[in-house]
Design a protein around this ligand. Sequence first.
Ligand code: PEP
Length: 252
Amino acid sequence: MRKPVIAGNWKMYKLIGDAVSTVMALKPLVANANHCEVVVAPPFTAIKAVADRLEGSNIKVSAQDVAPEPKQGPHTGEISGDMLIDAGATRVIVGHSERRAMYFETDEVVNRKVRAALSFNLTPIFCIGETLEERDAGREEKVVAAQLAGGLAGLTANDLTRIIAAYEPVWAIGTGRTATPEQAQRMHAFVRQWISQHFDRSTAEGLRILYGGSVKPENISDLMREADIDGALVGGASLDAESFAKIVNYDR
Ligand code: PEP
């Protein structure tokens, strides 16, 4: 059984005070959510304050990025995995399409970040997904397969048990245009099949694959009914505690 994960990516939003009040409002609203793992990903500056308020709760904290280095060193502006753990994070989003598109993260860099995260015992939430142009050209599976091959290069099946994947079609992120449950399911099944072929069947069966792209309280339940959708990575709708709590407490 794969325990679902509902994770909120706050992106570059929220000062510390707002981040803290959001989680204080969220805590009681999701206190009974034992059916899934609840995760929030504040910006770096708010991780410590948020993690302190969430100690002892059922909400886990994720960072949104990590340095590709396996140890501290002279890398001005970067944040190492042990710094994230020190601040209270246990997970980290890696390879988000905004980082790939706006900050030129290649599959090779994403791979180094995944490995760096694992070396510090942080769970990477490894993002993949095609652009609209790629989908319109019928290349979505090729693109996602290349991202999987590049991002997971050199990892073992055991490493895969410590990773969460997130399929986020770029055309559905922040656009209000969600993939249909069938479109998402088709790609999730493809990802699982790819993992089965390149690792093994039980690794593939154990991998949690989240869907991301305009997930809202109104569409989460239909998405979660699909066999290979194991949760959601939520952007915009995670910024408000009530809306995120409705997503966490989806109809089951
Ligand atoms: C995201 O940024 O990971 C995301 C899915 O954003 P949104 O839910 O706003 O589309």
